[in-house]
Write a protein that binds this ligand. Structure first.
Ligand code: PMP
Ligand code: GLU
Length: 408
């Protein structure tokens, strides 16, 4: 059967592909350490599960308004006002099937064929394909490892041209595992604010996973809180990472533009695609955003902070790898350039992150994601997820150390 060119030329999600490969090896009985998928190992907090179960039992099984129930939208808007300083109302919010769906909807609503979307890289694997699906051109702005993978205002300014429709900002970052200090984010936002007609898409899915334990004073910053950008920001977030709810598929978008006019367009598209997400999840969203969940979110954050330190300490002991200390999200993104030109014990040539990741999986049974999937500048890197327990981290990193030392 014919497949449309826009879909057939799209790349598959490399993060999901690595996860599937590791799962297939595990089914074959191979003891794989999976550092591939960015998914918390914790279970969803019990009070959130109970709220969904109660709603299901009570018969909340029918369609609800496409962007969510008034209560759930109000809870999201209140969270964005109080925690993020974004001046918004419930009608500026839509609840979607994951932040990924929010991103898709936002790009479809913003981008016309020929428009450009500026993307600081290394960046998450789904941005470029979804920009291109909308007909846009992705303009990568490379963040150097020596600067902690953070781009400069001058770099951003140079990348914005007459066809730029949007700039995607993602702090804390997947795959870099870094967060921009608030004043650096503000400086990037000032660059956008000076360019009328350019929208910020701020992906804040990792906002709660920031580690001042590693970099004192570090905290998340929301571009949509700046008055100059209030009408020019689409804020994306969701439940997956901070609340350990990846499988529930709950995300949201917020855009106060035009008194809700932009959001009405986004909801129109959502209404033709998916309608509302599962209706009995709506009370669970309200519960997740209530003060009852905050201590559990903080406990998970503390665990991730401890793992961030452990992973960095263990990686730093491996002479051929180089990286930066993770300060946010749950990723380490070391460079394997020091292994270039070497061969694995089974004779595989290591030329970049891709060949390193393939040899590591085949010979040492550790799954990591090749860096080239995250941007042209990142071919020499690999991404490790530290969303798993300490024993698994120690086992996996011991295998990585041994494998890397065995290269000749
Ligand atoms: N943005 C980033 C940067 C991510 O890493 C992820 C994780 N898949 C998402 C968005 C989407 O998350 P979800 O669709 O699970 O809400
Ligand atoms: N965001 C996660 C990751 O990068 C989950 C998989 C995905 O949707 O990309 O691994």
């Amino acid at each position: 059967m014919h497949v449309s060119s826009r879909v057939s030329r799209m790349k598959e999600s490399a993060t999901l592909a690595v996860a599937a490969r590791a799962a297939a090896m595990k089914r074959e009985g191979i003891d794989v350490v999976a550092f591939g998928t960015g998914e918390p190992d914790f279970d969803t907090p019990a009070n959130i599960k109970a709220a969904a179960a109660r709603a299901l039992e009570a018969g909340m099984t029918k369609y609800v308004p496409t962007p969510g129930t008034p209560e759930a939208r109000a809870a999201v808007a209140a969270k964005l006002r109080t925690e993020n300083g974004i001046d918004c109302a419930p009608e500026h919010v839509s609840i979607t099937a994951g932040a990924k769906h929010s991103l898709y909807l936002a790009l479809q609503c913003l981008v016309d064929p020929g428009d450009e979307v500026v993307l600081p890289t290394p960046a998450w694997v789904s941005y470029r394909p979804l920009i291109e699906l909308a007909g846009g051109t992705c303009i990568e702005v490379p963040g150097a490892m020596e600067r902690g993978f953070r781009i400069t205002p001058a770099q951003l300014d140079a990348a914005i041209g007459p066809r730029t429709r949007a700039v995607i900002l993602n702090s804390p970052s997947n795959p870099c595992g870094i967060a921009y200090p608030p004043e650096e984010m503000r400086a990037l936002c000032d660059v956008v604010a000076a360019r009328p007609g350019v929208t910020v898409i701020s992906d804040e899915i990792y906002e709660k996973l920031v580690y001042p334990e590693v970099e004192p004073g570090l905290r998340a910053f929301s571009p949509g809180s700046m008055p100059a950008l209030r009408e020019r920001t689409v804020t994306l977030n969701g439940m997956s990472k901070a609340f350990a709810m990846t499988g529930w598929r709950i995300g949201y978008a917020c855009a106060p533009a035009g008194g809700g006019a932009f959001m009405r367009e986004l909801v129109k598209l959502q209404g033709q695609m998916t309608n509302n997400i599962a209706s009995f999840f709506m009370p669970a969203i309200v519960e997740a955003l209530s003060p009852a969940s905050a201590p559990q979110v903080e406990r998970m954050r503390e665990a991730f902070a401890a793992r961030a330190k452990l992973v960095h300490a263990l990686l730093s002991e491996i002479p051929r790898l180089r990286g930066v200390a993770p300060t946010g999200a749950f990723y380490a993104f070391p460079s394997v350039a020091g292994c270039r030109g070497l061969r694995s014990p089974a004779g595989r040539a290591i030329s970049d992150g891709q060949s390193y990741a393939e040899a590591l999986l085949a010979e040492a049974h550790v799954a990591v994601v090749p860096g080239g999937e995250f941007g042209a500048c990142a071919g020499d890197h690999v991404r490790l997820t530290f969303a798993c327990d300490e024993a698994m981290l120690r086992t996996g990193l011991a295998r990585i150390a041994e494998f890397t030392a065995s290269l000749r």
